[in-house]
Design a protein around this ligand. Structure first.
Ligand code: GAL
Length: 416
């Protein structure tokens, strides 16, 4: 009897103990496509296994434009989620508002400074303190191609230059298929645009024009060439492109309706979810002219200050889990990205991911590693938004001359 009551007390203590440390974690994200939803579900599983309650706050809309608007209204009304998927300079802007939590205790215990490339750690910190946890590294300057479509069109090798690309696109068109699957939304237009800028102008031009926003580079002859090439690509897209979501464009490549898509490697998450194999069903290649460069896009969760102790504990566990080896592997296998945590085993990853991991390290040494502007890694949100609008206006309106396009983009870049 005595033994039993002792046991009951012990059980009660354990239950009370875990109740005290468990909490609800509300996570705002925009991962709603097939591959993305599979990826984020892994984080939910890990948090639930730790006894926490996952409150999913998914806001559909590629690249997170809608999510950013919803986040603002929640924070302004004093009711932020525990974590929100934001990145790059936007993290700094939120931190400057004084609403982000300090993650240094977790970061120290988990040795984040040793486990992250410095270029990434710096973005996660505000005034030296961690305020966000990084998830992955996406490469943006990819070109995806359907092997069967290329074969049907008589394209025998993957284009490495823009000239080769247009020759291949012409063949696909003649074969009655869509050369380029595009989704006409401004972040997708810009995803293509920045790959063209990198391919046509090289890393120095990309840095000067799109990151330093240097007027001379923005109005140079190279910029003219970039816009001419960019416009030429539009001629190979279909009439239904305007407004199309990125994953529907990827589906056109998967379903052999289109040959190519310019998109970051979250597109690979869609190929994987559809059971397609790289090197066999589809090809991943650097966008023409960009094989020695790497536009990086690091997804991350910024953590907001919370009052409830259980929620704070859950938030700390979320941050630690995000950087843990279990999550870094399974999430990135599904997402198409590579782990952001250094020294991870890559044996389960496919060749595209292995190329990405190697190129990430190589370009960091050679100077070819540059932040993606399209994906909010490089410049302040106001200027980014203005440039994106100018680029999309040019893309959408064939009456805007290249010379005017150049002028409009340079003017937008001056937005403070
Ligand atoms: C990117 C983001 C990716 C993916 C993509 C489409 O900006 O970094 O994780 O979600 O948008 O929404």
């Amino acid at each position: 009897m005595l033994k039993l009551s002792k046991l009951a007390t012990a059980v009660a203590l354990v239950v009370a103990g875990s109740a005290a440390v468990a909490g609800e974690v509300e996570v705002l994200h925009y991962w709603t496509s097939g591959g993305e939803a599979k990826s984020v579900a892994e984080l939910k599983k890990i948090m639930q296994a730790k006894g926490h309650v996952w409150k999913d706050f998914a806001v559909a809309g590629g690249a997170g434009d809608n999510a950013a608007t919803v986040l603002k209204s929640r924070v302004v009304s004093g009711n932020p989620p525990a974590a929100a998927q934001i990145k790059g300079p936007a993290i700094q802007e939120w931190a400057a508002e004084g609403v982000l939590a300090n993650l240094d205790a977790t970061a120290k215990a988990e040795k984040w400074d040793d486990l992250l490339p410095k270029v990434v750690a710096d973005v996660m910190k505000y005034k030296g303190n961690y305020v966000a946890a990084p998830v992955n590294v996406h490469r943006v300057n990819w070109m995806w191609a359907n092997s069967a479509v290329l074969k049907k069109a008589g394209v025998t090798s993957t284009p490495k230059t823009w000239d080769e690309f247009f020759a291949a696109a012409e063949k696909v068109k003649k074969a009655g298929l869509i050369p380029v699957a595009h989704g006409g939304q401004n972040w997708q237009d810009f995803t293509t645009f920045e790959s063209v800028a990198l391919g046509v102008g090289g890393t120095k031009f990309y840095n000067d024009a799109l990151i330093k926003l240097d007027e001379k580079a923005l109005t140079s002859a190279t910029m003219t060439k970039v816009l001419e090439t960019f416009r030429k690509i539009k001629g190979y897209t279909d009439a239904a492109a305007p407004g199309r979501d990125w994953n529907l464009a990827t589906a056109m490549v998967i379903q052999e309706k289109a040959a190519f898509q310019f998109m970051g490697d979250w597109a690979k998450g869609e190929f994987s979810a559809a059971g397609k194999v790289p090197g066999k069903d589809y090809i991943c290649a650097a966008a023409p002219g960009t094989s020695n460069a790497y536009t990086f896009n690091v997804d991350s969760f910024a953590m907001y200050k919370l009052k409830d102790a259980g929620a704070q504990k859950a938030q700390g566990d979320l941050a630690a889990s995000i950087m843990g080896t279990e999550f870094q592997e399974v999430f990135n296998l599904n997402k198409g990205s590579i782990p952001v945590r250094l020294n991870m085993k890559m044996d389960k990853f496919d060749d595209c991911a292995k190329t990405s991991a190697k190129d990430f390290v190589d370009t960091a040494k050679s100077g070819g590693l540059v932040p993606s502007v399209a994906h909010g890694m490089a410049i302040k949100p106001a200027a980014e938004g203005a440039i994106k609008d100018a680029v999309s206006q040019f893309w959408n309106d064939d009456k805007i001359s290249v010379a005017d396009g150049v002028k409009n983009i340079a003017k937008a870049a001056a937005t403070k």
